[in-house]
Design a protein around this ligand. Structure first.
Ligand SMILES: NC(=O)C1=CN([C@@H]2O[C@H](COP(=O)(O)OP(=O)(O)OC[C@H]3O[C@@H](n4cnc5c(N)ncnc54)[C@H](OP(=O)(O)O)[C@@H]3O)[C@@H](O)[C@H]2O)C=CC1
Ligand SMILES: O=C(O)CCC(=O)C(=O)O
Length: 480
């Protein structure tokens, strides 16, 4: 059994999670520990006990450890990418790409550990100095989803550690393999003290809730669904803990009459269907100006039909399986609802047989949909895109913004005026001009507006806003 890592030791759980390959359900990846609430409390206590010591490491010592972790991840990209694709179902190229992203994130934050700077302000009083300094928060609970099994943990863990916090990490139950491998790398790094980093695999309702409720956990960073995120935020608010949430998206891609249609099609397919559409940044609403609507729908259908759906490890595969039976059921529910609500299913939407037994779904393209339909309001989180017709740019922008979410928003156009207006007025944390809504850089801030996010941004140097606390120090040196 692959155990949890608590206070510097691998520890068996109280029951077992059997990790199965969604591309081939006969393939068991391994048996992973499920922790109890008591074991979670042990991990929390270990993180708390280790925090002062970790904080007192020099920035250079923490930087060296993060750099070594990044180098190890990069050196093992093929092996870790294969494991990731095997347990999550994204294609091998995507799996390896994600591992590389995780390695680079650790190396980026190795640099950031050394760059953490304060501020010196002129005082309004004579003879007084004002200095703003940044300090670790303490112990951080990290709760992550299954769709990016190594990159999302990396972009939460690396800044937490870089800035002197200790960590209790609770990964999603569907992807314990990548979490275990990452933990093995982190805890084996030269000079990493026991207790600084703890892994507790187990149920969200047990381990996750324990973290959110614990008075010893100073902050929670979470990525996942909106209802779970909001529940965690409520628990944190009740006890005054800091919280950062990254949740769903219903991301629009606007295509105007003047766009290069072939480029727009490739952007739509990449943003909406790659990674099996299981990205919070996926383009799920394609809002197309009427002059190119018909040709866009027919070219999109053609491009989708040309995609190879199959085993994630097969190099010919473009779209891997859906992650699980439950997620497949959710996707099929929304496809059925889309048809019932009057959308025209132009292509796909049905289960297909693979060469191996897995959760294969032919990507679904809807046309003739309205923004009010359920498939255009709820996050489906699968390979499902719907096309909405807009009379002109102004209507397209209004439709793009008519959603509860606000993570990423894209536009395909050759008009500088429309691109600039879209950047100013799209209600989204990230805007993309002639680029897919999904697939972002690892060193730039990431996050959204409205129901998509809560709290300070993740990634890049902006991550310090969540993972550090500022202190304002006044001094009258003349009186010392
Ligand atoms: N924005 C995004 O990136 C993501 C969005 N989603 C959306 O959420 C839907 C459901 O996916 P799902 O994986 O179930 O998402 P969840 O929000 O349920 O899970 C995300 C993480 O939270 C944990 N968790 C679950 N319940 C609690 C709780 N009560 N307290 C603390 N932690 C908890 C989960 O653990 P465990 O896995 O053990 O249940 C997992 O680690 C998807 O279909 C999609 O719409 C999902 C993943 C990512
Ligand atoms: O699109 C990306 O690069 C990141 C997506 C993401 O973070 C998510 O789906 O949870």
């Amino acid at each position: 059994m692959y155990g949890n890592h608590i206070a510097g030791h691998w520890v068996d759980g109280t029951s077992i999670n059997i990790n199965v390959n969604p591309s081939d359900t006969r393939d068991v990846i391994g048996e992973y520990a499920i922790a109890s609430a008591e074991q979670t409390q042990d991990a929390i206590a270990a993180a708390k006990a280790a925090q002062k010591g970790w904080q007192s490491f020099t920035a250079e010592a923490r930087s060296d450890i993060l750099d070594e972790i990044g180098n190890t991840i990069l050196a093992r990209r093929e092996e870790l990418g294969t494991l990731l694709s095997r347990e999550e179902g994204k294609t091998l190229a995507e799996g390896i790409g994600e591992v590389v992203r995780a390695g680079r994130v650790f190396k980026f934050f190795a640099g950031e550990a050394l760059r953490l700077a304060g501020e010196r302000l002129p005082s309004v009083r004579p003879g007084v100095e004002v200095e703003v300094t940044r300090h670790p928060l303490g112990s951080v609970g990290i709760i992550t989803p299954w769709n990016f099994p190594i990159a999302i943990p990396a972009w939460k863990i690396a800044p937490a550690l870089a800035y002197g916090n200790t960590v209790v990490f609770k990964p999603a139950g569907l992807v314990p393999g990548s979490a275990w491998a990452l933990t093995d790398i982190i805890t084996s790094a030269t000079g990493m003290p026991p207790g600084v980093f703890n892994l507790v695999m187990g149920q969200g309702s047990v381990v996750g809730e324990c973290l959110a409720r614990s008075e010893l956990i100073d902050a929670i960073t979470f990525t996942g669904s909106t209802p779970v995120g909001r529940g965690i935020a409520t628990l944190c608010a009740e006890r005054g803990a800091r919280v950062q949430l990254e949740m769903g998206g219903k991301n629009p891609l606007v295509v105007l009459n003047d766009a290069d249609i072939d480029v727009a099609i490739s952007i739509a397919v990449s943003g909406g269907l790659y990674s099996t559409g299981q990205r919070c940044t996926a383009s799920s609403r394609l809002i197309v100006e009427q002059g190119v609507y018909d040709s866009f729908v027919s070219k999109l259908t053609e491009a989708t039909a040309a995609l190879e759906v199959g085993n994630a490890l097969d190099p010919k595969t473009d779209i891997g399986p859906v992650v699980s039976a439950d997620q497949l059921e959710q996707d099929l529910y929304y496809i059925k609802k889309g048809v019932e609500d009057g959308g025209k299913l132009e292509f796909g939407g049905e289960i297909i047989e693979g060469k191996t037994p897995g959760y294969y779904l032919k990507p679904a393209i809807f046309s003739g949909t309205s923004n009010e339909m359920t498939i255009n309001r709820d996050e489906v989180f699968g390979p499902v895109m719907s096309v909405i017709e807009a009379a002109d740019y102004e209507e397209a922008l209004a439709l793009a913004n008519a959603t509860a979410f606000g993570l990423s928003a894209g536009i395909c156009t050759r008009s500088l005026a429309h691109a600039a207006d879209f950047r100013r007025n799209a209600q989204a944390g990230m805007t993309m001009v002639n680029l897919p809504t999904a697939g972002v850089d690892y060193h730039a801030p990431f996050g959204g507006m409205k129901a998509s996010s809560y709290g300070p941004r993740e990634q890049g140097s902006h991550a310090r806003e969540f993972f550090t606390i500022t202190r304002t120090n006044y001094m009258a040196p003349g009186a010392v």
